[in-house]
Design a protein around this ligand. Structure first.
Ligand SMILES: Cc1cc2nc3c(=O)[nH]c(=O)nc-3n(C[C@H](O)[C@H](O)[C@H](O)COP(=O)(O)OP(=O)(O)OC[C@H]3O[C@@H](n4cnc5c(N)ncnc54)[C@H](O)[C@@H]3O)c2cc1C
Ligand code: SF4
Length: 438
């Protein structure tokens, strides 16, 4: 046996997963003086190579639509930040008969923070006490007041724009100045004002002023393609590099954790992982473990960590592990606004997301369903993407000048609304297990 095998290095902490949770834990713990090892199932991220923020569709081999490969692309095509997909080869999953649960996963350093929408909302006080308020779900063991100082800390560090509005369903935070509303958003805002529906500046983790050495947003509007200046938040660009600078951080990529190994004393002592490149099984040892592989993956890993001490999986004395998943669900629709056809060409630039949104506005009324939702706005004259003019082709057959004229006339005339909350029929899942904020 080699010397290494007899005396493996024992880290203070092993973190599984490098996304929002893992990256933040790595930053805080390494800055606090601990030696941390992180296992990440995906490859490292290389912004210079991986990000396509400033490319045109015609600069990509398939105009950005993607061809599949290891990750079967649908939402995420060649244009998007890499390695986020609904289906991943070699990682199948099933869902209950009759359900339409679809599971978006990211396999790359930074996890889903490379692909998220950067909408950075706080839970409202009522979200922490839902059982006591409406009898459904469970109260959290902590209150909004206890968590609020940590929201302050995170927002100050990552940078979130917004405005203070004093709305009970959307608590205020520490905000950078928001960008000005776009043309399409002013149409919705004035319509909302007429019917007493709230419409306020959105709250996105995009910096509009320099923060901790990061440059402010240059309004290219392409956040979903990655951000070379790290002006939007991702764990890969904002948390992990800070941990790396401490010299107390070891990142092992391509490492799929398979089991948390329990020692003779009944405590976790190692993680057994598969090195995806060599297909070999290895172990890392640590005194403590943080399972941050996303809600469903973390549950799967813990259920797979069976031992004589924990025959039903580790940390599962309640039997609740892997059950009672609640998701943030969404549903969307878009409408054609004829008045936009007459709008002269104008600057639609901005952040890669909405500048205005509709928070839950009926928080003080009795509704015929529990809780609520917010409405995200999209549309207008953004950079045309693949399939942008599909519906035009349905209206105007053929090709040539007529088709081009119709495309020009229809370009930017749609405004979309995406409702996101707990009481909307489940169409898809981005967030696996995060309760809704609005
Ligand atoms: C398209 C999209 C849009 C979204 N928009 C928003 C939004 O606007 N606002 C919002 O609040 N939330 C949004 N979310 C949700 C948000 O991104 C997630 O809630 C958040 O990233 C969860 O963080 P996490 O650390 O738990 O998991 P993740 O960020 O998913 O990170 C988990 C990491 O663990 C790794 N991993 C998994 N299994 C293993 C294993 N066995 N071994 C080793 N590593 C493993 C993964 O590769 C991944 O890197 C969005 C998500 C998506 C996909
Ligand atoms: S819109 Fe701003 S934050 Fe988004 S990719 Fe462009 S520069 Fe980065």
């Amino acid at each position: 046996m080699s010397q290494i095998a007899r005396s493996p290095k024992i880290y203070d902490v092993c973190i599984i997963g490098s996304g929002a949770a893992g990256g933040t834990a790595a930053k805080v713990l390494t800055e606090g003086g601990l030696n941390v090892v992180m296992l990440e199932a995906g490859p490292p991220l290389n912004p210079e190579k991986d990000f396509k923020e400033h490319l045109w569709p015609y600069q990509l081999p398939h105009r950005g639509v993607g061809i599949g490969g290891n990750l079967k692309h649908e939402l995420n095509d060649e244009f998007m930040a890499p390695n986020g997909a609904w289906e991943i080869e070699g990682e199948p999953y099933t869902s209950a008969p009759g359900s339409r649960f679809r599971w978006f996963r990211s396999r790359i350093v930074g996890g889903r923070t490379n692909h998220w929408g950067r909408i950075a909302l706080r839970f409202a006080p009522v979200d922490f006490k839902s059982r006591s308020t409406d009898g459904m779900g469970d109260d959290w063991p902590v209150s909004y007041q206890e968590v609020a100082p940590y929201y302050d800390k995170v927002e100050s560090y990552i940078g979130v724009f917004g405005t203070k509005e004093n709305i009970p369903s959307a608590p205020d935070g520490i905000f950078l100045p928001p960008p000005r509303p776009r043309c399409t958003e002013t149409i919705i805002k004035s319509a909302c004002d007429k019917v007493n529906v709230l419409c306020i500046p959105s709250r996105l983790a995009v910096i509009t002023q320099p923060v901790n050495g990061r440059l402010p947003c240059h309004y290219c509007g392409q956040c979903g393609r990655g951000c070379l200046t790290a002006s939007n938040f991702s764990s890969s660009q904002v948390m992990i590099p800070v941990a790396q600078k401490t010299g107390r951080f070891t990142l092992i990529t391509g490492a799929m954790a398979r089991e948390i190994v329990v020692g003779k004393n009944g405590k976790a002592e190692a993680v057994s992982y598969i090195d995806k490149a060599t297909r070999t099984e290895n172990r890392v040892y640590a005194k403590s473990f943080i399972v941050a592989a996303s809600a469903c993956e973390s549950a799967r890993l813990m259920l797979n960590s069976r031992s004589s001490t924990f025959p039903d999986g580790i940390a599962n004395s309640s039997g609740a592990l892997g059950r009672y998943l609640t998701d943030t669900v969404g549903s969307s629709g878009a409408g054609y606004f004829p008045q936009l056809e007459k709008m002269p060409p104008h600057n639609h630039d901005g952040v890669g997301g909405m500048h205005m949104y509709v928070p839950w506005w009926k928080f003080d009324r009795r509704n015929d369903f529990l809780r609520g939702y917010h409405i995200e706005l999209y549309g207008g004259r953004g950079m045309p993407g693949v399939g942008e003019f599909d519906d035009v082709c349905e209206e105007a057959e053929g090709y040539g000048l007529d088709l081009k004229r119709t495309c020009r006339r229809r370009y930017g005339t749609f405004i979309g609304f995406e409702g996101r909350g707990e009481m909307i029929p489940n169409e898809h899942c981005y967030c696996d297990g995060s309760p809704t904020a609005a």
